[in-house]
Design a protein around this ligand. Sequence first.
Ligand code: NAP
Length: 324
Amino acid sequence: MRAVRVREFGDPSVLKVEEIPAPEPGPGQVQVRVHAAGVNPVDAYIRSGRYAKLPTLPYVPGSDGAGTISALGSGVEKWKVGQRVFFFGTAESKSSGAYAELAVCNADAVYPLPGRVSFAQGAAIGIPYATAHRALFGRGRGRAGEIVFVHGASGGVGIAALQLARWRGLSVIGTAGTEEGLSLVRANGAHFAVSHRAALYLDQVRDATQGKGPNLIIEMLANVNLDSDLGLVAQRGRVVIVGSRGKIEIDPRQTMTKDSTILGFAHWNTDADELNAIYTDIVAGLECEALTPAVGRELPLADAAKAHDAVMSPGAKGKIALIP
Ligand code: NAP
């Protein structure tokens, strides 16, 4: 089969398409014919070699994808060959990442993909929707009637957060850095959208909350925004750090005067029961059409390097999918 393979950590040029043996499903596993693979920023961090958890070289990148079940390992009864699925996380094997024609997953890490959702949209679900869900409702304890500010709403996690929050009855404010991104933010559930490149844009967010500030902030770039988030958040509000790419100086006193809370988390810390509950809820949202992933770019597998450049560049417009 054709797959992207990384033989050494480095810049995007290390992503090369190779012909490699197809991964076979073991007991309790399924093989998926991948119709689309999702590109996440974490794929780029890992490829660069600068990440807390690194795979053994050589490896096939990618954790998220969608396709059809193509083979069953022994003992798998819950799936049939041909079923449409999306998945998060491939089985631990050098040849089973998502940037490939075939991938092997544990049978319980695969979820049904409703017919109205395309494979490219299915590839946008794995990390982004589960991350947004846990940020909003798990760590952030967001509930109907509250105001959430998605600080960085035009990318994979941001769009998911807008849709999930809107579905659950929160008032939703989101930011983007381009006009195209702002249109996408509005189209995906934000009641109010503002550019994080505009001067004094946080004043507009404060005004949109009648001066009280958002109850919950979902933060995509904490190393830039955390201190100003602490100034903006409502009394007893929560700031959930989803993304951060460096250090920042904050004034901790701001948390004292507001009884506010800063919460961090990593998707890979989510335990199996919580993850299963999250994906079950996401499938329900896809089925009832409350959730519809937004795909901004579809690229062939051979353009994996371009996809990694794009996912680390400004101007997000939903998800980037690779098509094997
Ligand atoms: P993405 O698709 O590349 O989107 C990045 C988002 O950040 C875009 O909306 C971008 O807006 C926005 N952004 C850029 N500059 C900003 C600023 N100054 N203030 C606020 N937002 C800004 O990435 P993603 O998949 O959504 O992931 C977002 C971040 O969360 C990444 O850092 C990723 O590594 C991290 N993440 C963490 C976890 C976890 O487990 N904690 C899981 C998934 C992702 P424009 O491009 O429109 O400017």
